[in-house]
Design a binder for this molecule. Structure first.
Ligand code: HEM
Length: 468
């Protein structure tokens, strides 16, 4: 078979570990420690090419030595599904995600596991119910219309605009506060400093270093949320902060102040950078492919300026563009787990203590799954082609299993609503030969903030159909 020929042809392949005699699991092979070129490819936020080569060289499960340990990579939908669904509960999220975000986002829900995770998630889930989502949409629209409408025509770094808007939304909708700009900027800075720790090489608080900045950022965020806690505990309001303060488990347990603050810090982090990357990627591809911008604008102009929840389902073109952008530049680079005991993933033997990752970019660039995977082609999501259908983990930007993104519907609603307002009011463009470069250690943000030329839309919206 083609695939095993490839596997045999890799001379330097190494085995993760020996498989016990009484196990019929397959051994995991890989290339071990990456050389400088491999390391360089891995550094880039767009790592799809790296994964494609691995898939050619090895099977759907392989390993490399990273972060001073062996890391198993699940490169196919089947592998990703096995990692996410974790049917024998042998994979934990806390130890692996903790390595990346544990300093700044400790005890966030993604870092909790098993029964504790289930309990916390069931409480948090109520904040994302459909009536609450409808309420959030109503709340965010006037603010969005105002903020988007106030953008000055001319050169604009759209990634920065999206970042500021999505953080304002998170603060208003999840925290339930309207902050003066200076205070909002302080919170953005605290989050940015916290994020700096994710890719820090020096994990020691050298003054002025990334680690020290993250510790200071975390302190600022804690001060901010603890400061608001008494008023949130005192009255019930329709925001996540209040929901967490007043939620009770079936046994009547409540979240402690620390739980509430930890969850708030994590959700705000999870909500705003991911949405920013998705929005920026959509804007980038719509600028490179103006025909898609036009198609999406035509739809936006056919809908009312103020959207009802039901209108979101009618935004067909924007929906395909969003799916394609999330496929090409997935904001969460992998689902990260660690084996807490010996187990198998998709039939491969994984010893206790091994880190196991399902890279979203690997599945999304897999030529066995997607036609011409590097090409921007939103129509692949049309009902006629439906390339994403047939396997739950072909398209997996929001993960799956018990840790599946809790903000999935919120994110889609927010992204579509922001772009609805942008499309109705502006056209944006980039030079024809511009190709973005992504910040290597970001979640997928362009280094130049996506400089675009904004121009007010001159077409007037069609008169509403009066039925005549
Ligand atoms: C396009 C935007 C987003 C993407 C691509 C995304 C992606 C993901 C992924 C892949 C995971 C699972 C990680 C894993 O299993 O290892 C996750 C978890 C999570 N996301 Fe999102 N996310 C987005 C937006 C949001 C928003 C807007 C919110 C909040 C409103 C949010 C809140 C969360 C939370 C709380 C978790 C952890 C859930 C748990 O552990 O039970 N995300 N997200």
């Amino acid at each position: 078979m083609q695939r095993s020929k490839h596997i045999r042809s890799v001379k330097s392949r190494k085995q993760l570990c020996s498989v016990p005699i009484d196990s019929d699991a397959k051994p995991v092979y890989g290339s071990g420690t990456p050389g400088p070129l491999e390391m360089y490819r891995l550094q880039l936020s767009n790592r799809q090419e790296y994964y494609r080569r691995k898939l050619e060289q090895f099977d759907d499960i392989t390993f490399i030595n990273l972060f001073g340990q062996k890391v198993v990579l699940a490169l196919t939908p089947d592998g990703a599904q096995a990692v996410a669904m974790n049917l024998d509960k042998a994979l934990a999220s806390g130890p692996s995600w903790g390595m990346f975000i544990g300093l700044a986002f400790r005890r966030g829900i993604l870092l909790l596991d098993f029964d504790e995770h289930r309990l916390h998630r069931s409480v948090m889930q109520s904040a994302f119910s459909s009536p609450n989502l409808k309420g959030y949409l109503q709340e965010m629209q006037p603010m969005l219309a105002r903020k988007v409408g106030a953008l000055p025509p001319g050169q604009v770094q759209l990634a920065h605009v999206f970042k500021s808007i999505s953080l304002s939304i998170a603060l208003e909708v999840f925290v339930g506060v309207k902050l003066p700009q200076a205070e909002a900027d302080r919170i953005i800075k605290a989050f940015t400093d916290c994020l700096a720790s994710v890719g820090a090489f020096v994990r020691y608080p050298v003054p002025g270093g990334q680690w020290a900045r993250a510790i200071a950022g975390r302190k600022d965020l804690e001060a901010f949320f603890y400061g608001l806690l008494p008023q949130k505990r005192a009255t019930e309001t329709p925001d996540l902060f209040s929901v967490l303060c007043h939620a009770r488990s079936e046994q009547g347990d409540a979240f402690s102040d620390e739980d509430v603050v930890n969850h708030m810090i994590f959700v705000l982090f999870a909500a705003h950078d991911t949405s920013t990357v998705a929005l920026t990627t959509m804007a980038y591809y719509m600028a490179r492919h103006p025909e898609w911008q036009e198609r999406a604008r035509a739809r936006a102009l056919s809908l009312p300026a103020e959207l009802a929840y039901e209108h979101l389902a009618e935004m067909t073109e924007l929906d395909w563009i969003m799916k394609e952008a999330l496929r090409l530049n997935s904001p969460v680079p992998w689902l990260a787990r660690q084996a807490v005991r010996d187990t198998t993933v998709n039939g491969y033997y994984i010893p206790a203590g091994t880190m196991v990752m399902a890279p979203t970019g690997a599945v999304h660039a897999n030529p066995r799954v997607w036609h011409d995977p590097y090409t921007f082609d939103p129509e692949r999501f049309s009902p006629e082609r439906a390339e994403d259908k047939g396997h739950r983990f072909r398209w997996m930007p929001f993960g799956g299993g018990v840790h599946k993104c809790i903000g999935l519907y919120f994110a889609q609603m927010e992204i579509k609503t922001i772009l609805h307002h942008l499309l109705r009011n502006y056209e944006w463009s980039i030079p024809a030969d511009y190709r973005w470069t992504l910040e290597p250690r970001s979640l997928g943000e362009p280094v130049d903030g996506l400089r675009t030329q904004l121009q007010r839309v001159t077409v007037s919206s069609p008169a509403p159909d009066d039925g005549e």
